[in-house]
Design a protein around this ligand. Structure first.
Ligand code: ADP
Ligand code: 5GP
Length: 211
């Protein structure tokens, strides 16, 4: 078998969800499984959390720096989320998709909608928490928001959840291992689509020319 004929084009895998549903946790686990996935590092104006590192978790920018990049057209998408700016740099998408891995993205619902318009062959997965009570429990447990910001995130979550039908896949993040497995299954099924083949004409030739 000539493996090169069965090579697949790389694609973006957008994980979207309300804050606290588990995007960061699921993506971290997916990257650890090391299955040919890379991660798109977003830019943000939000304060860095203690455990975060600039250039690994986010590019932490001032509002002025962020606005300059908007004006220069450097973002594939951007949005104001819970009072801070977040955006995906075009350079991340361009560089990382040529690197031979699928590109995982963690973006809010507004950003995912924008990406859907410009990256139509991307895979869009909405991660939903098992219940609102569990979402609240996870946000409280994470200890990253004060009471006011927690309420803002929960209020936004209700609106965001209503938009799940805009995305191709819905995965319930109840048991982490199962969530990761289901996302990997989606990625594998997407890889097998005929329109992801790099060289369909080459395959046809391989069989048709040598009866
Ligand atoms: P997001 O990136 O969507 O805002 P996080 O990944 O930060 O969410 O997860 C929010 C909290 O929920 C974290 O404390 C995380 O450990 C926890 N969490 C994530 N997934 C699960 C899960 N499947 N079961 C239980 N807790 C989870
Ligand atoms: P957090 O502050 O908890 O890291 O993220 C808050 C929200 O911003 C999450 O819903 C997360 O998905 C979203 N987010 C992170 N990066 C981006 C991005 O590049 N673009 C958009 N639109 N949202 C993002």
């Amino acid at each position: 078998m000539s493996a090169e004929f069965f090579a697949r084009k790389r694609f973006i895998v957008v994980i979207t969800a309300p804050s606290g549903a588990g995007k960061t946790t699921v993506i971290k686990r997916l990257l650890e499984t090391n299955t040919g996935l890379s991660y798109s590092i977003s830019a943000t104006t939000r304060e860095r959390r203690a455990e975060e590192e600039d250039g690994r978790d986010y590019y932490f920018l001032s509002e002025g720096e962020f606005r300059k990049k908007i004006d220069a057209g450097e973002f594939a998408e951007w949005a104001e989320v819970h009072g801070s700016f977040y955006g995906t740099l075009r350079s991340q998408v361009e560089q990382k998709l040529t690197g031979g891995s699928h590109l995982l993205m963690d973006v809010d619902v507004q950003g995912a909608r924008q990406l859907k318009n410009s990256y139509r062959d991307g895979v869009y997965i909405f991660l939903i928490p098992p219940s609102m009570q569990e979402l609240k429990r996870r946000l409280v447990k994470r200890h990253t928001e004060d009471k006011h910001h927690l309420e803002v995130r929960l209020k936004n979550a209700v609106k965001e959840i209503a938009s799940f039908p805009d995305f191709g896949y819905l995965v319930v993040n109840d048991h982490l291992e199962q969530t990761v497995e289901e996302v990997l299954q989606v990625i594998r099924a997407e890889e097998l689509k005929t329109n992801r083949l790099s060289d369909p004409a080459g395959i046809a030739k391989l069989y048709l020319d040598k009866p």
